[in-house]
Design a binder for this molecule. Sequence first.
Ligand code: EPZ
Length: 423
Amino acid sequence: MALYRIRHAERLRGELEIHTAKNAVLPILCAGLLTREPLRIEGVPHLTDVDTLWAILQDCGAQICREGDALTLFTPEPVSPVEEDLLSRMRASVLVMGPLLARTGYARVGLPGGCAIGQRPIDLHLKGMQALGAESTLTPGSVTLQGTLRGGSVYLDFPSVGATENILLAAVLAQGVTRIENAAKEPEIVDLCALLSRMGAKIRGCGTSTLYIEGVRELHGCVYRPIPDRIEAGTLCCAVGMTQGSVFLRNIRPDHMRAVLYKLREAGMDFRESQAGLRISGRAKNPIQVRTLTYPGFPTDMQAPMMALALCSRGASVFCETIFENRFMHARELARLGARIRIEDRIALVEGGYPLQGAAVTSTDLRGGAALMLAGLLAQGETLLSDPHGHIARGYENLPGMLRELGADIEEATEDGWSSANG
Ligand code: EPZ
């Protein structure tokens, strides 16, 4: 449970370093199940999703320790997790399936809970495992897979990020060559391929829709630093555009954010890239049209923060959410601040430029919660954002603290009252 008190802010200014990407770190940590040798992942952010996965990986037999911002892990004897509730707590836990099958020929995993944004099935994950020779048995709440993995071909009906990652994590130790058609191309997939290759895997086609993996007998340990978080960076860019600020972001990959940066420019913002990072400045003033797509299209994880930004722009902005079936829940909470948003199925029409007034709102999911925090900066007066499930801390390492460093007035409720300590 978290409770934030957010006051109106103008002209956020300063410099920040972007953390490594949650959605790269999670599958990369699961690769720790593939080797007996120490795998050292540097720059691991302090997120509750990392803590949850840590517990699950330990339950799978991994030995893990943290030294500062690095996690070192290896797995002498992998076993299927028994703590099913852990698996239902976080969808990314389904990614232990591929490595466990690859190492032991057996995996029994809890069916990951759907979540607020959609039912989030794992049919494509199972299709991939079956293509590699595994047999799956569904029981209420869990799925069991077994079989000695051999190379195979699979076509993904949808370029699923998680299914691509799971099949990669299985195929690297399968006997023979695997081909994944219509694979996801997100930067996080390319990062996982880079990590696996450094561990000794043989992968071709990284970053394209067709991946070829030649299985090897074993993978060795290595040291690796995952890519920066393009969604954290995009979220902060939206905060700048909502307050007419000027901020310099270090440890950023603008090449991973083209769709977002072009949309911010269309909204009226300026940005300048340099070797050291990205300078983002200006105020959102133009309405925008956003359609979420798989990479390199506009990322669905940026839909909610971008909707908060659109509240600044005078005129009608249109959002089309093509990836998840229920990812507009933040809209009704934004409306409590006075936002004028109409939802028709997967289309949201946002009439921006109207003044917002602080109110009590509730976080609906990870990115929706971030959007509400940003909207609290725009609203006049004080916004109380309650986050009963701790969504924001799942995916952002201290988002309120980062915004405070830029001048925002955000306090967090503690047992001793309101705190704005950047602990
Ligand atoms: C990853 O989720 C990310 N999570 C999500 O980020 C992100 O929104 C999503 O990719 C899309 O980019 C992590 O990387 C941990 P998908 P994932 O499989 O792998 C359907 C965040 O906010 N689908 O690409 O679950 C599914 O229902 C999170 O950081 C199937 O139908 O996404 C959805 O409609 C939220 N069958 C669509 O594909 C399957 O077997 C996209 O899912 C798998 C997916």
